[in-house]
Design a protein around this ligand. Structure first.
Ligand SMILES: Cc1ncc(COP(=O)(O)O)c(C=O)c1O
Ligand SMILES: N[C@@H](CCOP(=O)(O)O)C(=O)O
Length: 536
């Protein structure tokens, strides 16, 4: 931490004379300068995406039962399986939603977050190359990799490597074998509260750092790991965060030995989230502003210093996150659900889901896409307001305090991506008041889950759409749970202690204080049991 500190302080003082590569096309007024030199390299990866088609050295000792040699680790094994054939697949940055005449594109080895016009970028895969294999091929390949420890396919993200970062060498990959998260059948919750029997909760928060951010961060940090071997180096990786991006960034960077820098809005994230980057050795700045203020600062800073931007403005992140959509289809044996409901803040994830579903349809793994719902906290609802205006007008808002603190965002960077995803999936936007989201969370918890308030926001949308008949009782519906409930225990403590001003906390279940004697304990138990009827 001390060395990081001095490194960045000295860099800050030499602000205008940076000799490091700077990102292209920052569209902040401060960034109106000619695009600086960027680093670029031609990919020479020769890794064969399909291990079954590779051959190993015939002079090598005989493999162990697992396929690994006696003195090999899983990375060594992957290295031995490298093919001499050229990699068939590739991807590049292009302007997001560019017209057919656009020729602007960048190698993924360039440091670029914005297009020449200042718009967002997207990672575009060589779809024609991917289409040389049919849907059945891809389904079978992906299915064959689930539940294995083969590097890097044991990861739910890298099991789809050809669709994520096809050209990266497995040696550069930084992975915690993220993904492969539980798709939970919400049997009791669905039946009891919504009359549904095909309701599922995709637990993306049951993950290495407790949120879906791991899915995108393994991709971003792996690419940084690769870039750092090129000249000149990327010194560190930075983000603004409401607590989950920072946790994922710091963990993946720590695993790879890369410095991470996180900008956090002071007193606006949970204690669990605050301690995550601290424990992982990140350089943590607690800044007296909100998330939108931190986001503005990190964009300015990353245009001046050799710090790679890790927020979802960087379209690499979404390549990892889109994989959750593919995994949902896979978990349903490639059947498409009717609805997928996602809580939205900075709005990268809703587009990532759209993109994952779209790719599966385009490449013939499935024949349609689900309808998407994005749900926001009413206290931070710029997308909802835009949707209500008939998509006519987007206006950033001042985000107010919400228990769903990770989505307390008023000026989402991916607004254009979200609008595109929702328009193209016949999507819907909903909002949830504080009471609605906390009640939904408490009810879900009472059926055996332990969800975060953001998942409460998504469930509130489901409740509204069921009540209005938009979502039918028999519709197969997936609610995306984005973080682990344990990160947000304080909100549950407040709710169950009925300590929240102007909130009835109708489903609170406070502990009963009882004297330490047999009679007193028997009295309260008899009263409790008397109120219960057996539940068949
Ligand atoms: C727990 C949680 N849920 C939902 C979101 C919203 O995701 P996005 O910013 O991609 O809309 C975030 C972060 O913003 C988050 O941390
Ligand atoms: N909830 C996020 C907010 C930033 O989103 P990002 O996807 O753009 O990094 C967080 O946890 O920081």
């Amino acid at each position: 931490m001390a060395s990081s500190c001095s490194l960045f302080h000295s860099s800050l003082s030499s602000k205008s004379k940076s000799k490091f590569p700077l990102p292209r096309h920052q569209n902040n007024t401060k960034f109106n300068r000619p695009p600086p030199t960027v680093i670029s390299c031609t990919s020479s990866s020769t890794y064969d995406p399909c291990p079954s088609t590779t051959s190993s050295n015939s002079n090598s000792p005989s493999p162990l039962k697992s396929g690994r040699l006696a003195d090999e680790n899983i990375r060594d094994e992957a290295r031995r399986h490298r093919s001499i054939a050229n990699n068939t697949f590739s991807a590049k940055y292009v302007p997001f939603n560019a017209g057919p005449d656009s020729t602007e594109s960048y190698s993924l080895d360039e440091i670029v977050y914005r297009s020449l016009s200042g718009g967002l970028l997207d990672v575009q895969h060589d779809i024609e190359a991917l289409k040389k294999f049919d849907g059945a091929y891809w389904r079978e390949l992906f299915d064959s990799r689930v539940g294995k420890t083969t590097w890097p396919y044991g990861s739910g993200v890298w099991s789809k490597k050809e669709w994520v970062l096809p050209e990266i060498d497995p040696d550069d990959i930084v992975s915690a074998f993220e993904g492969n998260s539980n798709l939970f059948w919400a049997e009791r919750y669905g039946k009891q509260f919504l009359g549904m029997n095909d309701l599922w909760v995709k637990h993306c928060g049951i993950s290495h750092t407790g949120s879906f951010k791991d899915l995108g961060m393994t991709v971003l940090v792996s690419q940084v790991n690769r870039l750092r071997k090129l000249k000149p180096p990327v010194v560190g990786v930075g983000c603004a965060s409401t607590g989950d991006t920072s946790a994922a960034l710091s963990a993946y960077c720590a695993a790879a030995g890369i410095p991470s820098i996180v900008f956090l809005p002071a007193n606006k994230i949970s204690i669990a989230q605050l301690i995550q980057p601290i424990a992982n050795g990140a350089f943590v700045l607690s800044i007296d502003t909100d998330f939108d203020g931190c986001m503005k600062l990190i964009r300015e800073v990353t245009s001046e210093l050799p710090i790679y931007l890790a927020n979802s403005l960087n379209s690499l992140r979404l390549e990892g996150q889109k994989r959750a959509a593919i995994e949902i289809l896979q978990q349903f044996d490639w059947e498409v659900p009717d609805w997928v409901i996602v809580p939205g803040g900075n709005l990268g994830n809703i587009y990532a889901f759209y993109k994952g579903f779209k790719m599966c349809q385009e490449l013939g793994l499935v024949d349609r896409e689900p309808r998407l719902v994005c749900s926001q906290a009413a206290n931070a609802n710029p997308l909802y307001l835009c949707y209500k205006s008939g998509w006519i007008q987007f206006k950033a808002v001042k985000a107010n305090t919400t228990f769903a603190s990770a989505i307390q965002i008023g000026d989402p960077v991916s607004i254009d991506r979200a609008v595109y995803a929702l328009k193209n999936s016949n999507g819907i936007v909903e909002e949830a008041t504080e009471e609605e989201l906390m009640d939904a969370m408490a009810q879900a918890d009472s059926t055996g889950m332990f969800i975060c308030p953001h998942t409460g926001v998504a469930l509130s949308a489901l409740i509204k759409l069921r009540n209005s008949g938009v979502i039918a009782a028999g519709d197969r519906t997936v609610v995306v749970s984005t973080a682990h409930g344990l990160k947000f225990s304080q909100s549950k403590v407040d709710y169950h202690s009925k300590k929240i001003p102007d909130m009835a906390c109708r489903f609170a279940n406070p502990p009963v204080q009882v004297k330490a004697d047999f009679g007193s304990v028997m009295d309260v138990l008899k009263k409790y049991l008397g109120n219960k009827t057996p539940n068949h």
